[in-house]
Design a protein around this ligand. Sequence first.
Ligand SMILES: Cc1cc2nc3c(=O)[nH]c(=O)nc-3n(C[C@H](O)[C@H](O)[C@H](O)COP(=O)(O)O)c2cc1C
Length: 259
Amino acid sequence: MRILALNGSYRGTRGHTAYLLERVFAGARSEGAECEQIVLAQQRIERCLACDRCQRREPRFRCALDGRDDVRAIFERMAAADIVIYATPVYVFGVSALLKTLLERFYSTGDAGKMRVSAAGLFFHEIDPAICSRPFVTLVCCDNVEDETLRNALEYFRTFSRFMDAPLAGELVRNGGLLCGHGRLDQPSERVQAIYAAFEQAGRELATEGRLLRKTMKAACREVVPVPLFAWLKRIRVRAVKEKFVERAESLRRGVDQP
Ligand SMILES: Cc1cc2nc3c(=O)[nH]c(=O)nc-3n(C[C@H](O)[C@H](O)[C@H](O)COP(=O)(O)O)c2cc1C
């Protein structure tokens, strides 16, 4: 099994996204998978110019930027992978611009005027399935604890899957990144350790099954704050109640900062 991760974080190898990917890779490698991470922040990725040259001029489906940046080489590595992990931090409620910039370059891979119907029954234009339709896992992380924070990024890749005929092999979701210390706590709580162990388990499943089990996805996105009241607080949308919680948390924080 060849697993290729595209890391869309501007923090590159220093970020939480990279840490989560390394945990997935540790599990996958223990089952013999070949794993590679492309840190997009270290690649040259120009934005699509929407010049339509790839659609109109010979040779067709050749981007005007081919040879001027690293995108074609990234596409080749994607085509050689059995599973792609699209890994992104949430940046302003969505997929990182870096990852999105790469995905927009898919446009040059097929005839945008040629209509087809996806397996999900949606009209779409031709794309190169060898690049765009790889089975994939979405990995999304953020610092906020509200589920709403991650919704756009997750929905984005579900839509992507339906139009691109790319099988969605699972979703790895991690909120509350700061509470997890972004993977760099000296003494992580048992709960945080269990969360990261779930990412390793996810890697083992990808290597052996090519997909993630529901219970593993659930364990990976488990609440970091082990308080039932907190889960309840997250579900409600009453501002005054949440403000009280924030006040209390702030006074505790001040107490810790200035003993
Ligand atoms: C430009 C920028 C925008 C961000 N926007 C959000 C956001 O909307 N919601 C959130 O919870 N975290 C947001 N964050 C925090 C990151 O999602 C979080 O720190 C994540 O762990 C970063 O992953 P990384 O360490 O791999 O870069 C943002 C961070 C940056 C740099």
